[in-house]
Write a protein that binds this ligand. Sequence first.
Ligand code: ADP
Ligand code: MG
Length: 675
Amino acid sequence: MAERSSTDQVKPTVPDAPDLARATALLEALPSAAAFFLRSGMLYAVNALGREWFVVDARAPLSSQPSSVVLLPLGAAGTALLSRAVAGSAPTTQQMPLGRDGRVVDVRAVPFDDELLLFTATDASARDEQRTESARIDRELSALMRLTPSAVRITDLTGCILQSNDAASLQHPTRTPATVRELWEFDAPHDIANNRPLSFLDAPAMRALAGHVVRGQLLEVRRLGAQRVIESFAAPVRNEQQQVTGVVLLDRDVTDHQRLERQLHEREGREAELQDQVTHEREHLERLVEERSRALIESHEDHLRERRLAAVGQLAAGVMHDVNNALNPIMAAAYLLRHYAESPDAVRDYADRIQKAAEIAAATASRVGRFIRQEPVHAGGDEALDLSAMAEDVLDLTEPMRLRRSSDAGEVLIVRQFAPMVSTRGLPGEIREALLNLVQNAVDAMPDGGTLTVRTFEEGADACLAIRDTGVGMSADVRERAFEPFFTTKGSKGSGLGLAEVYGIARRHRGTATISSVPGRGTEVTLRLPRAVGIEPADAEPDASSLPVVPQRILVVEDHDDGREFLRRILQADGHQVDAVATCAEAREKLASSAGIPYDLMLTDVGLPDGSGWDLVQYVRRKVPDVRVGVISGWEPIADTGESHGAEFVLRKPLRAAELQAHIAGRSAPASTTE
Ligand code: ADP
Ligand code: MG
């Protein structure tokens, strides 16, 4: 080329400056490394990238640099391409490596005008990378479109739908909307929030085309022949200049979601309603229960009252029966006495009969009394007792009865479980009576024989005695009523007083009596009495046998005329000097006026018309302390204030002459031996 340029003088070898500047500006506008070569093969102009990629000497004039040097980085292929261009047979593009940095360039050499050849080298690897990148983005995008359950549509600026995913195509399978207008027509959307048809201009796609972003607008649309609820999203797509070039539309069907939500809401409502109902019912029930229990308690109280009345009636009937039985012979004997008054034998005989009948009546009264009088044993009358020893006594006492039973029915086996010393204080007569009653009941309960277990033991502050049998047992009803006086299941053979006495005796000794029983299995009755500690059993009772009577001066206070007269006569019969009055006032008068010749003894009734015999006792203790006092009590309970309110002895009606005599003589047996 050098030769050619040197020979061809017509063509300017050095361009004029304005042409060069224009050519360079043109090259700079290209995105490639670019240069103009003269047909001679010398460089004419080059852009900045060309200076970077090719071998251009900045200090030497361009026209002094031949293409063979400038294009060195492209190797022989570069100059060969340029030569082909000169020859007019240049291929449009040829790829070749550039230098040693691994870059591949698309090289082009084309005749520009008569003198110049344009040579460009564009980075092919960068373009390839871009192509790969955009292909990758395309693939990801389509995967995303396939994957999302939402319907996705992409439109251009005019609202033509360019692309839509499967979910979108399924919405309108028969006629696919080609534009957002058609989409709007097919859907006929209804704006749920504002409850009105959605105008086309307000459609999400249109608002996105206007540059807005729509996020989750709830619309009711007609799709697949049904009304569906969708949540619609739309956003504009912008180019590098931020101009809107289209929109992306996305919607998801939330009909089921909405229905579920509604159902949930309804269920919550129903649950709240139910809760209310339950609360209401509960309150109602509570009220009902309260009413019923009140009624039940009332009826229970009624029942108790009835039971008490029945028990009282039963008691009265029992007493009446026994008293009538006693009165019968008394009345008959009284009648006959008058008739045979002249015959001393007959008189004595009838007197005996009267006495015997009266004794029977007195015994009944006394037994009832033991039940109804529950005053504690008063000091002076009780003594230290060993329950084990007493139980042994009672078993001995009842042996003949048990032997008799064993001969005609089954045998009763006795088991003794005695603790060594089980001490209490009390009246031995009463305790013995109670134990006798219990043994009797146990034997009665075992008509075919069985085992009778008697246990004594200490438990806490109690001295205990339990009598158990393997007999018929008691039903709940019988157990409940067993302590009632005159309650019996033994017909005419039973008195119904046994357990009533046991109960009264236990109470009087500040103790308890309890029954545990299983029908068909047996019964155990347990007596619990206060335990006495460190007390020796009392000495044997002094023998109160017949001693000569010392005459005394006695004041009798008794409002009952017959009682007063009989008492006076009995005492006078014994040789005593007796004054008898009917009221407290009279008694006080007598006591005061007899100051000269004092009384030895005052015998007073408790229930007096103008006061209590106990007040009189106090009066005597204060005013004339030397006078001894005896109290005769009918049914009144004796107050537990020790020393019998200052009385020396207390006798219970009916009086027995022998006892009275013993007390007057000062050989006092325990006060309650009247029972
Ligand atoms: P009675 O023995 O005269 O019937 P009680 O007061 O002793 O009167 O007893 C009342 C009732 O209690 C008896 O009729 C009987 O039904 C019942 N009972 C008492 N002790 C026993 C017992 N050990 N086993 C079964 N029932 C008994
Ligand atoms: Mg009995």
